[in-house]
Design a protein around this ligand. Structure first.
Ligand SMILES: [Zn+2]
Length: 281
């Protein structure tokens, strides 16, 4: 059964096998930087409704939240409410769900290492690590301790632990790594055909980090195809073509060139997917 994957910028993907849909992270609203820094954040329901009209999610069964920074979780509650999907995440993600009025029975705490079946998808949550903190997100490991309601400040959406997803569907395998970092050796027994590789911040790292990061991710996983994620400027509205993150915050062109060269040398496909584009798993 073919499985399609549609990209919505940052790390948000819709997986669909024709029967079951899964959402990985949920960030469509993309508030401006001024709002993120100085204002309060809430789902742009009008815009999310537009996206849902164009990409119906009436078979959405689950939303998996990789961590609870706003650029991963901001629209999870609204989409869960509109579709009836369950949410899966950390204790912090549960508090985002509770604050938005999602019944506790539909909020599932991650049990890393134990596969969860949703339709024909089997998802295993893997403990991971966030990319190195910046001035905007220096709260790694800080949990959201109480139910969180919108509008909320960016800092209220604290990280709460970061996770990767290993997804199997029939013979197909996918590893999802939203954050650009590595825990030494943690992927050495993981193999996946497709790797969604978070590269946010990679352009700010030095050559030694690049090489270790590549070895610790692609080197172990040995995918046939790498699709980069978290490379776009998410302070801009969601549209195609997605703009790169600003040169001030990252060097996306440099990261892309590095990956392209390394992957080409290793005979691995490198597919840059644009917003609203659908590829097959
Ligand atoms: Zn984050």
């Amino acid at each position: 059964m073919p499985v399609s994957m549609t990209f919505f910028g940052t790390t948000t993907w819709l997986l669909d096998d024709g029967e079951t849909q899964l959402l990985l992270d949920a960030h469509l609203t993309r508030p401006s930087m001024a709002r993120v820094v100085f204002g309060k954040l809430k789902t742009n329901t009008e815009f999310v409704d537009e996206v849902l009209a164009r990409f119906p999610m009436e078979r959405l069964k689950a939303i998996f939240v990789s961590h609870t920074h706003y650029d991963h979780v901001l629209d999870a509650v609204y989409i869960a409410q509109k579709t009836g999907a369950d949410m899966f995440g950390s204790a912090s993600a549960r508090n985002v769900g509770l604050g938005g009025g999602i019944p506790d029975a539909r909020l599932h705490l991650f049990e890393p290492g134990s596969p969860v079946s949703v339709g024909a998808f089997e998802i295993t949550v893997l403990p991971s690590i966030h990319s190195k903190p910046t001035i905007l997100n220096n709260d790694l490991g800080v949990a959201i301790e109480r139910p969180l309601t919108q509008p909320a400040r960016m800092r209220d959406y604290s990280e709460g632990g970061s996770y990767d997803f290993y997804i199997r569907h029939g013979e197909k395998t996918l590893l999802v790594r939203p954050s650009c970092n590595y825990i030494e050796g943690s992927l050495k027994d993981i193999r996946a055909e497709t790797l969604l590789l978070g590269i946010g911040g990679l352009g700010k790292e030095d050559d030694a980090f690049h090489d270790t990061f590549y070895r610790e991710t692609v080197g172990y996983v040995r995918p046939k195809r790498v699709i980069p994620v978290h490379w776009d400027n998410f302070f801009q509205p969601l549209r195609a073509p997605l703009p790169y993150q600003t040169r001030l915050a990252d060097d996306v062109a440099g990261s892309m060139a590095y990956l392209k060269a390394r992957l080409e040398a290793d005979g691995i496909a490198f597919d840059v997917v644009d917003a609203f584009e659908t590829v097959e798993l």
